[in-house]
Ligand binder design. Structure first.
Ligand code: 9YW
Length: 438
């Protein structure tokens, strides 16, 4: 479908190619993140993808969100991967056999993982509705609303380990920022049993360069943590005592709060009461500031609930509280200062990297330890604009579009050269480019 308004020749061609990426990655009722690396449905990917689809095919945007929530567990969790059982086990590791999830929600056994991902979906549903308003969209919102609320209830309830309104993640994969240095301290306390990994075969290394992916040492820990959670029947009881990894992430919880803000708006459309959502949103923002903000450095960090320690690493997740409209102004100013600093350096030439450029842990190639990711930058641009930093938001937008024009729809980008890394024809990159052009 054509762009909603006339575009320059360059942007017109970007619009067309982004549409082609999303068309090619569509599978019956959902979009895969990448046709090569990720052949199933991923939870927060579907949220970002739906926002782009809203411009070109609103029916597919809603279908993507709906199919994800049809895989919601009875306890409210929305799985981080919904498996396409027509895809061979060997095409993704760890696949259905590893997770070994029982039949439920009218699904056969092994239909999903037992983890969650950042709750970007209420925000996405609201944004799809705004981009494609009308009766059909209002009806989709009505259908999704109770499911979105059930997800929030699960995260704030079962995963509300600290009792402060914040949700804990029980695996780095749940953050969506898999190998971020933000988890290094907590992971150092997890024994890496490389022999466990030897029993499996990493599929990602057949499809992407090893030095662009998490290390084997990371994967051994990832598998140990996932196996522990699985062997406990995916129970969330007594997590701090029983489980290996229990962390409060500022990005995850910012999206949790943003979801409550979005649900308040959705509630008004579907005839529900917005007030409880506003209250929850206020609690979440307050707790993020009380628990995850380090006043000395003026930055947000992840908190390890097993040790009670804030991570010492400054990562892109520390900038995410900017997406909260009710973040206190003095704190907004501190986060913006961090984003402007040499560590992250907002400029027209390059979007914000996933990790502090000046830190020893910075690795320009390795996934969430340095490369630029479009979803993070899109969210930050949105947050900056909402807090009145229109100039910064415009700078990020220019940098993102130039990067993709130059390098293509990659999964992530080298933060110095801008070269594309990981999978090409990556769905959320294409989707968010459409959103920025529209
Ligand atoms: C993996 C699909 C997912 C994203 C995550 C990203 C990566 C999967 O890909 O994880 O196998 O490493 O870290 O955020 O949802 O795009």
């Amino acid at each position: 479908s054509p762009a909603p308004h006339p575009l320059s020749e360059d942007d017109e061609s970007l619009w067309r190619t982004a549409t082609e990426v999303l068309d090619a990655n569509w599978r019956t009722d959902h979009t895969v993140p990448s046709g090569t690396l990720y052949p199933h449905q991923w939870s927060w990917d579907s949220a970002f993808i739906s926002i782009g689809l809203a411009h070109i095919a609103p029916d597919r945007a809603w279908r993507d969100l709906r199919s994800l929530f049809e895989a919601q567990w009875p306890d409210g969790r929305v799985p981080h991967i919904v498996f396409d059982l027509g895809v061979a086990e060997r095409d993704y590791f760890p696949g259905p056999d590893f997770w070994d999830v029982p039949a439920m929600s009218g699904r056969p056994p092994r239909f999903s993982t037992g983890l969650v991902q950042p709750p970007a979906h209420a925000l996405a549903a609201w944004e799809v509705y705004r981009r494609a308003p009308g009766d059909a969209s209002a009806e989709e919102l009505r259908r999704l609303y109770p499911r979105l609320v059930a997800l929030q209830d699960y995260l704030i309830g079962s995963r509300g380990v600290s009792g402060t309104g914040l949700a804990s993640i029980v695996h780095p994969w749940e953050s969506g920022l898999d190998n971020s240095p933000s988890w290094d301290m907590a992971l150092a306390n997890v024994t890496a049993d490389e022999s466990l990994l030897l029993r499996y075969e990493r599929q990602d290394l057949k499809r992407a360069a090893a030095d662009h992916r998490p290390t084997n040492d990371d994967y051994a820990r990832y598998i140990a943590i996932a196996a522990t959670y699985r062997n406990g029947g995916y129970s969330d009881v007594d997590l701090v005592d029983r489980h290996l990894f229990v962390v409060e992430c500022p990005a995850y919880n910012s999206l949790l709060g943003a979801a409550e803000h979005a649900l308040a708006r959705i509630a008004a459309v579907v005839g529900a009461d917005p007030a409880p959502h506003r209250e929850r949103a206020a609690t979440i923002t307050r707790s993020i500031v009380e628990r995850l903000y380090d006043p000395e450095s003026g930055t947000f960090r992840s908190l390890d609930l097993k040790t009670g320690k804030l991570s010492t690493q400054r990562c892109v997740n520390g900038l995410f509280p900017l997406i909260l409209g009710d973040l206190p102004r003095d704190i907004v100013a501190q986060v913006v200062a961090e984003a402007e600093s040499a560590r992250f350096g907002i400029n027209e030439m390059m979007p914000i990297p996933s990790s502090d450029r000046t830190a020893d842990s910075f690795d320009a190639n390795r996934y969430w330890r340095g490369p630029v990711w479009i979803n993070a930058n899109w969210l930050l641009a949105r947050g900056l604009a909402a807090h009145g930093y229109a100039g910064h938001a415009a700078t990020l937008r220019t940098a993102m579009l130039d990067l993709v024009r130059r390098s293509g729809y990659y999964e992530y980008f080298h933060p110095i050269t801008g070269n594309g890394i990981g999978a090409g024809a990556f769905s959320w990159t294409a989707a968010l480019v459409l959103d920025m052009l529209a």
